[in-house]
Design a protein around this ligand. Sequence first.
Ligand SMILES: [Zn+2]
Length: 339
Amino acid sequence: MKPIAHILADDTLIAPYAGASALPSLAGRLPAFIRQQLATWPELREAHNGLKQSLYKKIFLNDLEVELQHNPFRMKSSSAQVDRQSIEKRPCFLCPDKLYPHQRALAYRDEWLVLCNPYPIFAGHLVISHTEHRLQEIGSCLGAMISFVADSKGMFETFYNGPACGASAPDHLHFQAYPAGGGIPLVPQVQLLLAAGMGLSQTDAMHGQGACFAGELDCRAVFICRSPDSAALEAGLIRAVSHLKKVTRAQDEPLVNILIAADGPDLIGILLPRKAHRPACYFSQDGGHMVVSPGAVDAGGLLVLPRREDYERMTRELVLGIFSEVCHGKDIFEGFSFQ
Ligand SMILES: [Zn+2]
């Protein structure tokens, strides 16, 4: 692999981040990087200003609350063509030599570039892109997703969209990050449920290195690993992915969204098994058409709706219907052995 400095023009690379011992820390460096990009990249500043004008409302489902975000700047991402032909035709926007003119990168460890997402769902929304153009695949990025949360001292949370369930660049390995603090509602909700011992059943002790839980929350099967140990967390989540591949008879990677966050002294991973990318209403040709294209953020309880009319008419029943169409139920984990 080429050293990162040889991939990027000198003025594109802000500064490499080599590891947890580097100073200043990743936790300190990320906010400075985001500020630098907001100051020097006019389109990003405009998108962040647009985000501030997004509309929000909450809907209580059966178990938990979800939040709707009306964000017109997300139309391009929500309606992106992600079939193989369309992907092959367009230039890859995550390749280091095709970044936007004012976009800069913060090198992360040896293989990753931290970029500001030009279509933010959160203030400080980041994309962490591999330095090489290679296919989106969880086994190649889960370790980095976990270390990014740990290196940021829990100040950032990360999430993964599988190549067929939310990634708008399925041809380029990447994950995303955002400042911790409730941006994806399911993260604090699961933490509260675990603390209260409610709603989720413990399935295995992970050989003393943490715990696994499974359950269903509002028509969404969830699998959770909590561990103080990064390697144990990664192994637990990969075991669940292997189980899903087997039971869904997936040729490629089974459809999954994964969220990683800090939880006190522990790290927590939440896996949402998916059975479809988009619900039927997305493809509807009549008045039932809605631009809703669920990825990890939406399945995690923040539904991004670029069209005002969809935001206005979304109801509890419609959200539950969408979740039951695109997410598996808890039966998907029947017979799963963690041993
Ligand atoms: Zn690429």
